[in-house]
Design a protein around this ligand. Structure first.
Ligand code: HSE
Length: 429
């Protein structure tokens, strides 16, 4: 099997390394030689430093795509611009494609899957979700016997690192982000990570595999971690919870939930204890129950491990009868993706109030008349001088539209000092 790599950056370099260093191991598992014949990168000197003869190096990816010496094109440049064109060209040229590009699959997966099918070639994307964790294979193949009920995951290492540092070392969001950048965990432009977009790309792909729905990134609800404060992380801890950026997709009676947002999860859950840049994905199947997958979600070798696994699958010929998106085409059907206002969950609320006699009675009365139970509540003086309290609480499960109304009503009380902080809670059981 002859492989052409487009992009010899972090993951490209890792892929080259694995195919070179582990070639004997891989040969024993495939019975076939896998050979990198061409590498394309606009940075020729970088490519020349990494890649050794007899591999052909070019700065023209189209040449690689059209070459008779390439059977599988590996797209590792990312983004949805030129990478989309290269993947299209490769499929049209009847080359198999392996990609780590989550944005590309989440935004143009539908058209690319069709193009691959039309040309009778494989489009493989294991590395696009949770790096080295074989989560696509787990959902699509390992759990194929199940009706998937929900998936909830920490699928962005950068934000998990930031949140871990905020909790462990009492850092503010900005300081933790800066530290992540200095250590190379966060990109120079970390927008996609901290705004939750990267995680949304990944959960959109998993939702499609889990529920047999078309890939629908535009319908995902996305909220990042930029507004999170140290205070809420500490208060959540007092209530027995950790805050994680969770990517969630659930099959519910009215459709499918597809959302990414900071989430309180009980500290006793294994996933609450996934720290630093690691990823973890919980998948609940109706027969197997909850299953958990943990590992490195980014990094050269970890992500390349998934890229090479796809190359091995194609070489073995084992993926040809597996539907690319998990379901047979005729059974992929759209379901309503619930707007966030219609999603039901428990909520953590933090209220900042002026202390007056009867304050708590007024607040609890608003909950009572809306038939919402308060499951936990802490009333705390914020300083010795001021008797004004922070009040933080966890509600029973309620539709988001309803909690927004309750929040509005409390905010209009004369005793209310600041905007109420609202963070969703998931029990994950
Ligand atoms: N930017 C991603 C993360 C890396 O921080 O997890 C790979 O998707």
């Amino acid at each position: 099997m002859r492989v052409g790599l487009i992009g010899i950056g972090t993951v490209g370099g890792g892929t080259y390394k694995i195919l070179t260093e582990n070639s004997e191991e891989i040969f024993k598992k495939t019975g076939k030689k896998i050979e990198i014949t061409m590498v394309a990168d606009t940075n020729l000197s970088l490519a020349k430093n990494i890649v050794k003869a007899p591999v052909t190096i070019t700065d023209d990816a189209t040449k690689l795509i059209q070459s008779n010496e390439v059977d599988i094109v590996i797209e590792l440049i990312g983004g949805v611009g030129i990478s989309r064109t290269f993947v299209q060209q490769a499929l049209e040229n009847k080359k198999h494609v392996v990609t780590a590009n989550k944005a590309l699959i989440a935004m143009h997966g539908e058209e690319l899957v069709k193009l691959a099918k039309k040309n009778n070639v494989i489009l493989a994307y294991e590395a696009s979700v949770a790096g080295g964790i074989p989560i696509i294979k787990a959902v699509r193949e390992g759990l194929a016997a199940n009706k998937i009920e929900w998936i909830a995951g920490i699928v962005n290492g950068t934000t998990n690192y930031i949140l871990s540092e905020m909790k462990e070392n009492n850092l503010s969001f900005n300081v933790a982000l800066k530290q992540a950048q200095e250590l190379g965990f966060a990109e120079a432009d970390p927008t996609f990570d901290i705004e939750g977009i990267d995680a949304a790309h990944k959960i959109t792909i998993l939702a499609s595999l889990a529920f047999g729905i078309p890939i629908n990134f535009d319908a995902a609800y996305i909220e990042g971690i930029t507004q999170l404060t140290q205070k809420d992380i500490t208060y959540a801890e007092e209530l027995g919870y950790r805050i994680k950026l969770l990517a969630i997709t659930k099959l519910v009676s009215d459709g499918v939930e597809l959302r990414v947002h900071p989430t309180l999860i009980p500290e006793k859950r294994l996933v609450a204890n996934v720290n630093g840049p690691m990823n973890a994905v919980l998948v609940k199947g109706n027969m197997v129950g909850p299953t958990l997958y943990y590992g490195a979600g980014a990094g050269a070798e970890a992500t390349a491990s998934a890229v090479v696994a796809d190359i091995i699958d194609i070489t073995r010929g084992s993926t040809f009868n597996i539907p690319t998106l998990g379901f047979v085409d005729e059974y992929i059907s759209a379901k309503k993706i619930l707007p966030i206002e219609e999603v039901k969950s428990e909520f953590y609320l933090r209220l900042s109030m002026s202390n007056k006699a009867g304050l708590l009675a007024k607040i609890t009365n608003i909950f009572a008349k809306n038939d919402v139970s308060i499951d936990a509540m802490v009333h705390k003086e914020i300083s010795d001088e001021s008797k004004d309290p922070d009040i933080f609480l966890i509600t029973s499960k309620i539709e988001e539209r309803k909690i927004n109304e309750i929040i509005q009503e409390i905010e209009s009380l004369p005793d209310n000092k600041e905007k109420i902080i609202k963070i969703r809670v998931e029990e994950l059981n």
